[in-house]
Design a protein around this ligand. Sequence first.
Ligand code: KG4
Ligand code: ZN
Length: 346
Amino acid sequence: MPTILAIESSCDETAASVCTDGRILSNVIATQKIHEQYGGVVPELASRAHMQHIVPVVDQALKQSGCSLQQLDAIAFTSAPGLIGALLVGAQFAKSLALALDKPLIAVHHMQAHVVANLIDDRKPAFPFLCLTVSGGHTQIVLCESPTKMNVIGQTIDDAAGEAFDKTAKMLGLPYPGGPLIDKYAANGNPYAYKFPEPQMQGLDFSFSGLKTSILYFLQNAGTSLVFKESFSATEEERNQFKETHMADICASVQHRIVTILLNKLKKASEQTGIKDICIAGGVSANSGLRKGLQQLGEEQGWNTFIPAFQYCTDNAAMIAITAYYKYLENDFAPLDIEPSARAEW
Ligand code: KG4
Ligand code: ZN
């Protein structure tokens, strides 16, 4: 019955969680508000904010779990991918604690942890399952054979789905991160008001950069055209007025297109592999259009669909803790001189 403390610091959330025997006892997250004014995460500021938050966040996670440091059997941390300065803060903290307590260290891959978040709830997918992992930095279809064995079978060749949401929001003058705001406006809009193009990508890979360009031209033309044009007919005032008046319809139409791009590939992946246990994970899985779309498509296709609880969708340490639990069972420990990596190698 291992009790594990896990730390997540790959981007702009400082998070800690304690789990015992695969059951989450606490899940504490400090979100860094400082980035909002810059329209995106500023790496240097993220590292500094992690330094400020990490001790109180770990302290709170231990308190909420009712466990003492002495009761811990292992210390886990996110080792890749992410902002290197941000990862270093969590890694160094976890290593120091493991050394001081003389407990094993467990290194967890952030993207694998998003997939394994689907195993936190009592209702779990059966292996093998497919997981569409959609976040601010990644868009992947993962074939998961066991909690510790999985392969990426499709991924984005340019922007991530979360980036497509965030960049659209920025073009609309909404603050960062814009994904949740697009979701909110979309609730009152018509998803068929404007038809954005679906990229013609072969296989299971995704592309979102063409969509981003078409949204840019659409807005610069104040909704009159989706066509690439070098000179724009609309004035600044007309553009702003168009955005303001049609915000809900624009958000609903963009969201609809992003969701159909994602679900069409997921359907293709299910057809190719014959797998019908289908999960989603990552920050964008909080999107209501995607959640509803997955449910509808799942009913049509006879899938068993799974979506982690909201607090386990966006970045959190509970997903790191549960992944570390499965690694602990396989005695998969990391040396104390392990270095985190910004890149996404599995
Ligand atoms: O997994 P995550 O918390 O962090 C990364 O590892 O990137 O994902 C953050 C991303 C952001 O792009 C954010 O805009 C998006 O998830 N997001 C959403 C929603 N909630 C978060 N996108 C669309 N609709 C939402 N409700
Ligand atoms: Zn993430």
